[in-house]
Structures are given as C-alpha cells and as structure tokens.
Design a binder for this molecule. Sequence first.
Ligand code: NAD
Ligand code: UD1
Length: 335
Amino acid sequence: MNILLTGGTGYIGSHTAVVLAQAGHQIVLLDNLSNSDISVLARVKALTRSHIAFVHGDVRNQELVHKVLMDHHIDAVIHFAGVKAVGESVEQPLRYYDINVGGTLSLLKAMRHARVFTLVFSSSSTVYGNPQYLPIDEDHPTRCTNPYGRSKLHVEEMLADLAAADPHWRIALLRYFNPIGAHDSGLIGEDPNDIPNNLVPYIARVAAGKLECLRVFGNDYPTPDGTGVRDYIHVVDLAEGHMAALQALARTNQSLHVYNLGTGQGYSVLEVVRAFEQASGKTIPYHIAPRRAGDIATCYAQAARAEAALGWKAQRTLQDMCASAWKFQASLVLE
Ligand code: NAD
Ligand code: UD1
C-alpha cells in the first residue's frame, strides 16, 4: 500500500514508518518539523533501507495535502500530526483546536477530494477521563478535563459523524495508553525539546545525568505503593498495532472502528523507576512531590477488542521498554 503518515517524523510516526516500510509498504511522511528533527528521516531510511518520501509541510495546508495524496497515489493515511502537551493546551486552547481539530478537518477535506477514504487516527486514553471502572474498555464513557483531551474527543466525534454519513470511509480510532521506549537499534526514540512532562523521558534524562532528580507526583493514591499506575506500551508494539489496524480496515465493511492500544497491565511510578534502574544500571534519585494537578490514580486498558479484531497483542515487557529507552538516551549522550 501507499501510506501517508502525517506527523511522520515524530515519536510514534517514525516507529510506525519503520514497521510499515519493513513490511514492504511505500511510505510518505508529511511533517512541519515543529516537534521533530529532519535527522529522523535518514535514520528511518537507514533502518529500513527503503526509499521514504518526505514532504515538509503543514497538515492544515489542504492544497498541499491533496497534491501529496494524488502525486503519491496514496491508499491510506495515518494521522499523527498534532500537539499533545496537556499543560500547554490549557494555556493555548485555540492553538490546540486549530492544529488538532482544524488540522484533521483540513486533512479530511483533502482526502475526500482525492477519494482516499482509509484513515487511522491517533487518539488517546485521555478521552476516558477519570476511569469509572477498570480495566477501561472501549465502551467506557468519554469525558475530558482539558483542551488537549477535548480536541481528541472532538475529532473522534467528527470522524464518527463522517463515517455515519458516508459509507466510503474506513476509519480506525486508536486510543493509545502510555507509549514509551524506543526502537531496538537505539537510532530513533523520544527526545522532547524541553524538560520532559512524561515519566519515562524524564527518568531517562535523570539516568543520563542531564537532570538531577525525579519528582514522583504523589505517593498517597489508592494504589499498591501509593504512586500512579499506568498502562505503558512499547512504541514498537504500538507501531505494529497501526499496521494491524490498516490490514483490518482493508477487509471490513464497517466504516468506524475504535480500539484501545495498551497491554492491559498497569505499573506504578516506582515500578517503572526500578525497571529503568535495572535496564540502565544507573541509580535514579527521586523524591516524593505533591500530586500533579489533573492526574488520576490508575489507568489501564482492556485490550481484548484489538486482539480479537486485529489479531494484535502487545508483546514487549516493561524491561524491553526501559532497555530500549535507555539505549536511545545513551546514544544521545554519545552524539
Ligand atoms: P510528536 O510530537 O513526537 O509527533 C507529532 C508530529 O507532528 C511532530 O513531528 C510534529 O512536528 C508534527 N506536527 C505537529 N503539528 C503539525 C502540523 N500542523 N502539520 C504537520 N505536522 C505537524 O508526538 P507523538 O508522541 O509521536 O504523537 C503522535 C500523535 O499521537 C499525536 O496526535 C498525539 O496526540 C497522539 N498521542 C500521543 C501519545 C503519547 O504519549 N506520545 C499518547 C496518546 C496519543
Ligand atoms: C500524560 C497526559 C495524557 C497523555 C499521556 C501521553 C497529563 C495529565 N496526561 O498522561 O493526556 O495522553 O501523557 O503519554 O499530562 N509522573 C511523575 N513524575 C514525572 C512525570 C510523571 O511522578 O516527572 C507520574 C505521573 O504522576 C503519572 C505517571 O508518572 O502517575 C505517568 O505520567 P505521564 O508519563 O506524564 O503520563 P500520564 O499522566 O498518564
């Protein structure tokens, strides 16, 4: 298949590009490089020994996207491009709606014009809000407490309306839990520009000596050790989930599908710290800090639907996630 990945040089996009190109698909990456570096392209090419086309541009540029769809005879789009920091979304809601909602709307119009009707969308477990029950299945009510989450939910609703209105569409909404880790090669991974908000990139920098000490946000949650529990999923498993979703869309008669992509297993902050210490051989200094505003105690997926419908199941362990994240981090130290 000819597949367009918007946001393709980003963290999840680049890993998905590798998985798809290695499976023989023709890949086009479109990215405005607002949160990724062009050096990723050479790395993806080196890993896959394939030709990977790159278009430097904004997903909101409908004319450009239409041209890319036509020029490359695109069969399907995976839409990663977007902004994703919860705190920033509270400060800059219009930017979040513009890029995440406006960007998707523009992409959909370009796709319809080019008669490309297959779409995989990057959604998030954040659409479930504070869980009413665990594990969280796809029928769990949705509720968002910040503009980032609401932008994802708005897009999901827009896609559901579109799927209901026009039977040409084949759309998969993938609700990711907590993607972490890196490609086994250590060549690509997650390296945020600013001080990381997320746990594992932060720990990786502490292990590398770039940050002093991890703040553990709260140890008084109703969890086994009092720290927050999340469903961490290896980014390569997640990438493979996208390929499985595309394959499933090719054989379905139904327009809209919703899948959780998680492992079904939760780990606490302190369990992740210990796993990272083991993987890296480094001590991770930490102290207990107050709870972070907006955080929930526990979140993990019911992953059965994806397994049954996509034949996909996350394979990699927390050790694999930490070891690969550390390999990538260590390669940055050497650069
Ligand atoms: P990322 O920031 O690494 O990748 C996003 C890419 O999109 C970046 O390369 C950025 O330059 C590009 N981009 C941003 N705005 C653009 C625009 N207007 N036009 C073209 N390109 C643009 O983020 P990621 O972690 O790879 O996330 C990918 C998607 O998955 C996002 O939509 C995010 O909301 C979603 N998601 C991520 C997580 C996570 O934990 N990483 C969890 C749930 C959902
Ligand atoms: C966050 C986002 C969520 C997004 C997800 C992507 C918030 C409130 N939620 O989820 O919308 O989809 O990232 O992966 O930002 N922690 C620490 N110290 C740190 C960082 C984190 O103790 O320095 C703890 C948190 O309190 C939490 C766990 O580690 O218990 C995971 O945090 P994080 O990686 O930020 O992910 P989420 O909060 O689950």
